[in-house]
Design a protein around this ligand. Structure first.
Ligand SMILES: [Zn+2]
Length: 78
């Protein structure tokens, strides 16, 4: 009886542990890729003159709308 319950818990925890480690690996890979993307991407930095919200727009446009108040702002750094 005791051996049976032990086998059941292993059957349940085995695939779970495998899934968890796979998720960790995927998350690590995504974070690595995202970090590289951020470093190589050319993004303009905007500061909203209306609400002081600082945001990034990856499109190469001189004016960008603030995501908070929809005010058009000029780029402060390329
Ligand atoms: Zn704003």
């Amino acid at each position: 009886m005791q051996m049976e319950s032990h086998a059941v818990s292993w059957l349940f925890l085995g695939p779970l542990a495998l899934q968890f480690s796979a998720l960790l690996l995927l998350g690590w890979l995504y974070r690595k890729r995202g970090y590289r993307y951020q470093r190589t991407a050319k993004a303009n930095i905007f500061r909203c003159t209306g609400c002081n919200h600082v945001y990034i727009d990856t499109r190469m446009v001189p004016l960008s709308k603030c995501p908070k108040c929809n005010l058009l702002n000029e780029v402060i750094r390329r």
